[in-house]
Design a protein around this ligand. Structure first.
Ligand code: ADP
Length: 263
């Protein structure tokens, strides 16, 4: 048990300050443990759901699979969907663990224009009812191309996923001080103001009952990747009207830290 706080009393001398620092350290440790516990609980829950589906359909298959073709086909299909979902979650968790522990980042000079063109074209091809447009310019950043592509793609994927029918997605790039900024703008369902502070938390979904396909890991992964590059992600949203996610990345060559920094 961690609750071993030192009672603060007496004059505010060095000993008092030391005790205060000790208490603060305990508090931070507790918070860490709590979020670790919450993470494990959420991950186990999301893994257990497809696993129990696989188990029950497996039982069904064993009992009736040989005689009933309908059961055979339905079971195979359901098991395959649940397996894919588990595989996706395990891959996301492994990737998250890699990003958080010892990410092997291969920094190279990346042209934002090329990256945006590539992602936008792919997004256009994938989304049937959503119109994806882009407007970009030559801007260079120092980045790991694979990581960066993954981070931007997660935001574009959300802009498509949480859009309205025949909605729009725009990807823009611009320069702001020493940063290259990529805006991903959508005319989608938007996010209520009270949900914004928790948006980048792991496993957080605004309305988990309505959105069953995601795990709530995309945004936290994107943010961690961008922060590894010395940047950040900001979000503005209007409920039922749409959202803008802005990715800030230090321009190439890397600027001296703190100088003209806007973050
Ligand atoms: P998920 O896998 O659920 O998409 P994310 O971490 O990418 O997980 O996003 C977390 C939640 O934030 C989503 O479940 C969704 O409710 C909300 N969200 C993310 N992007 C958008 C967006 N562009 N418009 C509206 N809601 C969004």
């Amino acid at each position: 048990k961690l609750d071993e706080r030192i009672l603060l009393s007496g004059p505010k001398d060095e000993l008092y300050l030391l005790a205060q620092a000790f208490n603060e350290m305990l508090e931070r440790l507790e918070k860490g443990f709590k979020s670790q516990q919450e993470f494990v609980a959420a991950a186990s829950h999301d893994l257990r759901t497809p696993l129990s589906i696989i188990k029950s359909y497996n039982d069904l298959l064993k009992r009736w699979g040989k005689d009933d073709k309908k059961i055979l086909e339905e079971s195979i299909q359901t098991i395959s969907i649940a397996t894919q979902r588990m595989e996706r979650l395990v891959n996301d968790l492994l990737f998250l663990a890699r990003v958080e522990s010892k990410p092997r980042i291969n920094f190279v000079k990346v042209n934002i224009r090329e990256l945006i063109e590539e992602i936008a074209k792919e997004a256009q091809a994938l989304s049937q009812t959503i119109n994806v447009t882009f407007s970009t310019c030559d801007l260079y950043v120092n980045a790991d191309e694979d990581y960066l592509r993954r981070a931007i793609w997660a935001l574009v994927d959300n802009a498509i996923k949480y859009n309205k029918e025949n909605g729009e997605v725009g990807i823009l790039s611009r320069k702001e001080g020493n940063f290259a900024v990529i805006d991903i703008i959508d005319t989608g369902i938007g996010i209520k103001e009270e949900a914004l502070p928790r948006l980048f938390e792991k496993f957080y979904r605004v309305d988990s009952s309505r959105q069953s396909s995601g795990f709530g890991l995309g945004l936290s992964l994107s943010k961690e990747i961008i922060q590894l590059h010395g940047g950040d992600i900001k979000v503005k949203s209007k409920y039922k009207e749409g959202s803008t996610f802005s990715v800030y990345l230090p321009l190439y060559p890397p600027a001296i830290r703190g100088k003209n920094a806007i973050l």
